[in-house]
Design a protein. Structure first.
Length: 167
């Protein structure tokens, strides 16, 4: 980010410092999770099924209708869903870290955490997924990439009708 761009933001009394910290925190949290899952083999077919079974077999797991959908539809296609999970986690993290298509990345992250929250209900700390959801929702509604991110430059180069949804 250039000095002129930062000066222009401050002249307009735009302060995105706190939202940038939130955006980076969420992005790096997802990036470290992605790296951990990559090295542990979670994105492979057997690793994906094993990870989900860990939550299903946990004694505190609360069964939801999502469980039967996962067993009937996701498990037979575990390789495809494992790769999809890998791509989605990487997209969310890079979107937030770089501040590029941040609104889209934030809403994908919010949707992803809802699904993770339903799948891990009763196993993890009850506020983990709701706090992530609120963080993603905040970044998406405020369009956090416009502060110290690549979205600042993209907003003038992409037609207005698209920027509402992705930047």
């Amino acid at each position: 980010m250039t000095r002129d761009a930062i000066k222009k933001m401050h002249e307009q009394q735009i302060s995105g410092g706190y939202i940038v910290i939130l955006r980076f925190f969420l992005g790096f949290a997802f990036l470290t999770t992605w790296l951990n899952n990559l090295f542990e083999g979670v994105f492979t077919s057997s690793g994906f099924v094993g990870t989900i079974n860990y939550f299903f077999d946990h004694p505190d797991h609360v069964a939801t209708p999502l469980d039967s959908i996962i067993r009937d539809f996701v498990f037979p296609n575990a390789a495809l869903f494992g790769i999809g999970w890998m791509i989605i986690e990487l997209f969310i993290s890079l979107s937030l870290i770089l501040g590029v298509v941040t609104r889209l990345g934030s809403f994908v992250g919010a949707s992803f955490t809802v699904i993770l929250g339903l799948g891990s209900l009763g196993v993890e700390w009850v506020w983990t997924q709701p706090l992530l959801f609120v963080g993603f929702l905040t970044c998406g509604l405020i369009s956090a990439g416009k502060w110290y991110g690549l979205d600042y430059w993209l907003k003038d180069r992409i037609p207005q009708r698209y920027t509402k949804f992705i930047i």
